[in-house]
Design a protein around this ligand. Sequence first.
Ligand code: HPA
Length: 249
Amino acid sequence: MSALAIIGGSGFSAFPGLEVLERKPVETRYGTTSAPLVRGLLNGQPLWFLARHGPEHRLPPHRINYRANIQALADVGCSSIIALGAVGGIHPSCAPGVLCVPDQLIDYTHGRLHSFFDDETDGVEHVDFTHPYDESLRQALLAAAAEAGIALRAGGTYGVTQGPRLETAAEIRRMARDGCDLVGMTAMPEAALGRERALRYATLAFVVNWGAGLSNDAITMAAIHAQIERCADEIGRLLAVLVERRPGN
Ligand code: HPA
């Protein structure tokens, strides 16, 4: 059966409105997932939910077992993944509060287990990653936002940093020169592993702060959490409409 999965990031270790039917601990040949997979109903529609940073948000971005997470979702029959991600805004149009469905990414991470093709038993396959996000899932997100009356930035380049520290002002200036509109820490290797397992993958990013050096305000966790709370209602409404479109099928 092909199913839809939502991977929740910061602020979404649980998912508001999700009726939980089952919590399924999953062990894969790549290890254990960040949290038990949750099988549930959102707006009456079946889906799987996974808390990327663990149930209590204890896993930093570079310690997440992305391979186990993606393998487990593939193993339970997911064909499509909507990844939620709190991000910093770099482009002037990406102010805190903006929701965005990026269409490109640049990977600045290092030292993460980033491929299923990792030793001689796996062989070598170079997957096409020209367009890292699945266009049909992106369009489903955009259509759901339009239907729900929620403003969304369609497109943008997500720069993925190693973290867990935030960036320097010079790093953000370099990322802006590189063409990044958003900065976050978790889209890679998650997106590439999804592609290696032939899963459709799209990100719904929500801007929770300006990138380092782009505002006079210090970037604090308190301010980030306050902004996540302000975005949560719109994200919940958007996803409730999205699941009715059954994009997993
Ligand atoms: N940088 C990297 N990741 C982030 C940020 C940021 O400013 N905000 C939220 N996630």
